[in-house]
Design a binder for this molecule. Structure first.
Ligand SMILES: [Fe+2]
Length: 239
């Protein structure tokens, strides 16, 4: 398995020959940006979810999801409406239901603008397509999948809301744990291509943003605790 570890290579020999000054990084393929979500927003998502689940107000989100997870509930959806209300910044449009705060819209707007700026996408409008929460328990899992909205072009995301302290005993190779782990798979290729990003150090509040077509999965775990994440899909419309 490959992870993006800190580069600990000793470049001293290269420095002597002045090679480093001539290095240019050419990045081909998709990229993931990892943000730290403001703590008040994480708290708000968690308390909104818990309050509305208690009242049984949240619709199930199974219909469009790959997960083998009983508790997949929707916080926002435009259902199957075509991308007409695309605006800039993100606002509530074409909604079927909405349990999000204005601060949440602002956050999704800010990170999408930031990502598209780095991706050098200049002319676009976007629309929040769907937001939902997965709460995984022992034995449940999310098979390899990618996201889409009404458009095939857009940004998918994963926000870590709650993580188990313990994922249970690994069946083999305890030094290479995978129980409950997220793995994001690159869609490029080649001998030296980093093909899997499977961070071991994800924390509550971490927000990963990446294009719809990037495949990913979450492995099952053992234990009584729950693993809770939120996903938001943002349709992109080029203008
Ligand atoms: Fe996903």
């Amino acid at each position: 398995m490959t992870t993006l570890n800190k580069d600990t290579t000793d470049y001293s020999m290269l420095k002597e020959t002045n090679f480093l000054k001539k290095v240019i990084k050419v990045h081909l393929g998709n990229f993931i940006l990892k943000y730290k979500t403001p703590a008040y927003l994480v708290k708000d998502f968690n308390s909104t979810y818990e309050r509305l689940m208690k009242k049984k107000k949240l619709p199930l989100a199974h219909k469009n999801l790959a997960g083998k997870i009983k508790n997949e509930h929707s916080l926002y959806s435009v259902e199957d409406t075509p991308i007409q209300g695309a605006k800039h910044p993100l606002v509530e449009v074409d909604k079927h239901h909405n349990f999000l705060s204005e601060a949440a819209f602002k956050f999704f707007s800010n990170v999408a603008d930031h990502y598209l700026n780095i991706a050098r996408v200049k002319r676009y409008r976007y629309r929040l397509h769907s937001v939902w929460i997965n709460e995984m328990k022992e034995g449940e899992y999310n098979p390899i999948h990618n996201h889409f909205g009404s458009s095939e072009i857009g940004l998918a995301s994963i926000l870590i809301l709650k993580l188990p302290k313990n994922y249970g005993e690994e069946a083999t190779n305890k030094d290479a744990p995978t129980n409950g782990q997220l793995a994001i798979v690159g869609n490029g290729g080649g001998q030296f291509y980093t093909s899997i990003y499977a961070p071991q150090d994800l924390q509550e509040g971490d927000f990963l943003l990446f294009p719809y077509d990037v495949k990913h999965c979450v492995y099952p775990f053992k234990g009584k605790e729950k693993r809770r994440t939120l996903s938001a899909n943002i349709d992109i419309h080029y203008t």
